[in-house]
Design a protein around this ligand. Structure first.
Ligand SMILES: Nc1nc2c(ncn2[C@@H]2O[C@H](COP(=O)(O)OP(=O)(O)OP(=O)(O)O)[C@@H](O)[C@H]2O)c(=O)[nH]1
Ligand SMILES: [Mg+2]
Length: 216
């Protein structure tokens, strides 16, 4: 039986990067922000919170993984972010039999909170509960803690639900939500889950990064 969360820093972290990057038109993980790839930035940020080694959930043909182990989706066909979550659960069940939960972070949100996993973990009261992040009234379920105990249910749902809406899967389980505040910067409030999906988002992210660097 897996143990329950004792130290949030021990929750195994997985970077979800198995998407198509269709709006960016190039692999989002490797676009540069402030001269550094999103992948490298996000790996550093999650590595500052988590002690277990970081796994990159992405297609098997990636060449530049900044040294991270590569874990392709268990189900073929790019079935969405929850296919990455499932892959992470299966991997953790093998490699971290003590872990009740895994942590997931997408590859395109470079400003996510430095206390993300600790705050999500604090809200979990039962070993089968999910915790997700929210800001400004919007949920960000790709930033989540997921119990490995629900892997079979997730697989059945992915294979059986054509729409695969994340909120429909969440409705099957107990979900704790944690609201994170805006980051105050000299040019205004920044959503910590600001998402780099398009080339224009990348330009905006450069502006936010410069503003953050001026923030005391
Ligand atoms: N493992 C895995 N991750 C996925 C899949 N689809 C999306 N993701 C990841 O989920 C996160 C959020 O998805 P999006 O922002 O839509 O990213 P995307 O699908 O690459 O981009 P678009 O093609 O422009 O929608 C990103 O980190 C993606 O890499 C998938 O089929 N498998
Ligand atoms: Mg996105």
């Amino acid at each position: 039986m897996p143990g329950f969360i004792t130290n949030p820093a021990d929750i195994p972290p997985y970077l979800l990067a198995g998407g198509r990057s269709s709006r960016m038109g190039a692999n989002k993980a490797l676009v540069l922000l402030g001269g550094e790839s999103l992948l490298a930035r996000i790996a550093t940020r999650i590595g500052q919170q988590q002690r277990k080694s970081i796994v990159l959930n992405a297609d098997a043909d990636w060449s530049d993984t900044v040294g991270l182990p590569l874990l392709p989706d268990t189900l073929p066909g790019k079935l969405g972010p929850l296919a990455g979550v499932l892959t992470a659960m299966r991997d953790a069940a093998k490699k971290h039999p003590q872990a009740s939960h895994i942590a997931t972070v997408p590859i395109d949100s470079p400003f996510f909170p430095s206390d993300l996993v600790a705050r999500l973990a604090k809200t979990i009261e039962g070993r089968d509960e999910i915790a997700i992040a929210a800001s400004s009234g919007r949920d960000h379920p790709v930033f989540g803690l997921w119990p490995v105990s629900i892997a079979d249910d997730l697989e059945t749902w992915i294979l059986g639900d054509d729409k695969r809406r994340v909120r429909d899967f969440l409705a099957r389980h107990i979900v704790r939500k944690v609201d994170f505040a805006m980051i105050q910067t000299p040019i205004g409030p920044l959503d910590p889950f600001f998402n780099v999906n398009t080339p224009d988002d990348l330009i905006a992210a450069e502006t936010w990064l410069a503003a953050l660097e001026q923030t005391p």
